[in-house]
Design a protein around this ligand. Structure first.
Ligand code: PPS
Ligand code: ADP
Length: 241
């Protein structure tokens, strides 16, 4: 969100006056064929109208009527590890940023870094979701939209998010588990299979598929670009008109 500063209003006034006053001087000269009259008219007009323009701007700045508060939304990406949540959410965020709306990106890897004392048990994940819900709610109170990507495997925690935040758009990033394993360059699935990770979603913990997702992206069929276009189109149609 931007605030029009006094200086900006003043400079806009001056640039407009140069344009408008030149027009006045030319017109007065054309009608009266007198350069002295044309210049005097131009000077008086400049002084008077710069002041009036500045005042007019500042008065309108204070009037709330006709100003619409930007309605924040939350894009909630859920899916198996390595399904493509981060990749697609990053691309969507990049596109939405171009719309000049206040927007923040929240990804599991960044959030877990700042709240490291949370594990992957059902109880811990549910606590984690509540904290994230609270964070999104706080951002929304300041008109800031969010692009959030978390495995969020349980229906109850996604329900918590939906109840806590406004305009929640669940984006289910769907991928076959074999596809996820193929995309897993860090070998997380392999480690989980060997028992190095407990409660790893898709291996030794469940993923409850969303039943009411606003958008479902099948990454076995759609490219990152195609997925991004679908999601951005949905947001533009429903929230950024
Ligand atoms: N049990 C276990 N042990 C170690 N690491 C694990 C475990 N479960 C998940 N992961 C990895 O952590 C990422 C999931 O974190 P999230 O915060 O998105 O999970 S949750 O939403 O709280 O359920 C997720 O990363 P992404 O690949 O970005 O999805 C997993 O790779
Ligand atoms: N259609 C697709 N959609 C999303 N990611 C894809 C797709 N095809 C291949 N990938 C790759 O799969 C990997 C997914 O990793 P990432 O986005 O970190 O997943 P997640 O955040 O769900 O763990 C990335 O390397 C990405 O380039």
């Amino acid at each position: 969100m931007f605030k029009e500063t006094n200086a900006r209003s003043l400079f806009k006034g001056i640039s407009w006056r140069i344009l408008a006053t030149t027009t006045t001087i030319i017109l007065v000269y054309m009608f009266f064929n007198r350069l002295d009259l044309a210049i005097i008219a131009g000077i008086i007009e400049t002084i008077l109208k710069v002041a009036l323009y500045w005042g007019h701007e500042r008065v309108w700045h204070k009037i709330r009527w006709g100003k619409k508060r930007i309605e924040p939304f939350n894009l909630w990406f859920t899916g198996l590890p390595l399904s493509g949540k981060t990749t697609i959410a990053d691309a969507v965020f990049k596109e939405l940023n171009k719309l000049q709306i206040p927007i923040e990106r929240l990804d599991s890897k960044d959030i877990r870094d700042v709240v490291p004392d949370i594990g992957f048990s059902r109880k811990d994940r549910n606590i984690h979701m509540k904290r994230i819900g609270h964070l999104i709610k706080t951002l929304q109170n300041n008109s800031i939209s969010t692009v959030a990507s978390f495995v969020s495997p349980y229906r109850e925690s996604r329900k918590t998010i939906r109840e806590m935040v406004k305009n929640n758009i669940v984006v289910y990033i769907k991928a076959n588990i074999e596809t996820c394993k193929k995309r897993d360059r860090k070998g997380k699935y392999e480690k989980a299979t060997k028992g190095e990770y407990q409660n790893f979603t898709g291996v030794n913990d469940i993923y409850e598929e969303p039943q009411h997702a606003e958008i479902t992206i099948d990454t076995d069929k759609l490219s990152v670009d195609e997925a991004t276009k679908i999601i951005v189109k949905y947001v533009k149609k429903n929230y950024v008109k």
